[in-house]
Ligand binder design. Structure first.
Ligand code: NAD
Length: 260
């Protein structure tokens, strides 16, 4: 992991019970941070705490649905009671399946739900985290968007729009919170393999075809640790001159030109 020490710092990771969020929780806890996982899946949250404990890593789990204002407000109250301040808010929770029906069969309730979790959630978390971030030295917000903010497969309307919105929200927050000393950045992951990082398939080795691997310039699919390494850097003072930016981490998949 990057040579970055988080001892004495508090890092709140939404959606940290599984997948990329769990990978980041492990990395920040291993770097000495006080990690708080907020997740709507209580079973996964409790399992995440147990899995990390086996690695001698202590994290706090707080159940929270990031799309619900009252739950987000209560989450921040609990973080304040426990740690008094917040150094980093990582908005990672998301409805991660990008696919929905075709446009003629569009279910607007489904669209609203994805926007509510993936876009409204990060804004709500930023709003209620701000008083705690202002109490910390060099506070940061890191939003986990997606390369799907910039390119699409068919029938991914809600997910793609939510991540495009999150990219825009990143620079909007960066500009709005600069006077408060808060840096705000995004990571746009490409294909990150989360098998083995989920409650239902923990420990299973992911399988990828040669074609899966070769569509990445680096010759492999991404892992949560690839995102965690960048998050450790972006949330540290080593990245003190970086704000309002989005870092694509996709093994080069989205710069590869395809002629069929
Ligand atoms: N895995 C990828 O290939 C990939 C690629 C690009 C972007 N992303 C983004 O990275 C983030 C994490 O994705 P992942 O693949 O690890 O997904 P995941 O499904 O493995 O994990 C998401 C976590 O968020 C939680 N969550 C969902 N809705 C929530 C809510 N309303 N409130 C609180 N927690 C909630 C889930 O319970 C889960 O623990 C998401 O924002 C996703 O869009 C993932």
């Amino acid at each position: 992991m990057a040579d970055t020490n988080y001892s004495g710092k508090t890092i709140l990771i939404t959606g940290g019970a599984q997948g990329i969020g769990f990978g980041m929780a492990q990395a920040f806890a291993a770097a000495g941070g006080n990690v708080v996982i907020a997740d709507s899946d209580e079973e996964a949250g409790e399992q995440a705490v147990k899995s990390l404990k086996k690695l001698q890593l202590e994290v706090l789990f707080i159940p929270c649905d990031v799309s619900k204002e009252q739950e987000v407000e209560e989450l921040m109250q609990r973080v304040e009671e426990k740690y008094g301040q917040l150094n980093a808010l990582i908005n990672n929770a998301g409805i991660a399946d990008p696919f929905m029906g075709s446009l003629d069969a569009l279910d607007m309730a489904e669209f609203d739900q994805v926007l509510s979790v993936n876009l409204r959630g990060p804004l709500l978390c930023a709003k209620y985290a701000l008083p705690l971030l202002k109490k910390a030295k060099h506070p940061v917000i890191l939003n986990i968007s997606s390369t799907r903010a910039f390119m699409s497969e068919p029938n991914t309307f809600a997910y793609t729009a939510s991540k495009g919105g999150l990219e825009a929200l990143t620079h909007s927050l960066a500009v709005s919170l600069s006077k408060e000393g808060v840096r705000v950045n995004a990571i746009a992951p490409g294909w990150i393999e989360t098998g083995g990082w989920q409650k239902e398939d923990a420990g299973q080795a992911p399988q990828h075809t040669k074609q899966d691997q070769e569509q990445h310039l680096v010759g492999r699919v991404g892992m949560p640790a690839d995102i965690a390494e960048a998050a450790l850097f972006l949330c540290s003072e080593k990245a003190g001159f970086i704000t309002g930016q989005s870092l694509t981490i996709d093994g080069g998949m989205t710069v590869k030109m395809i002629y069929v």
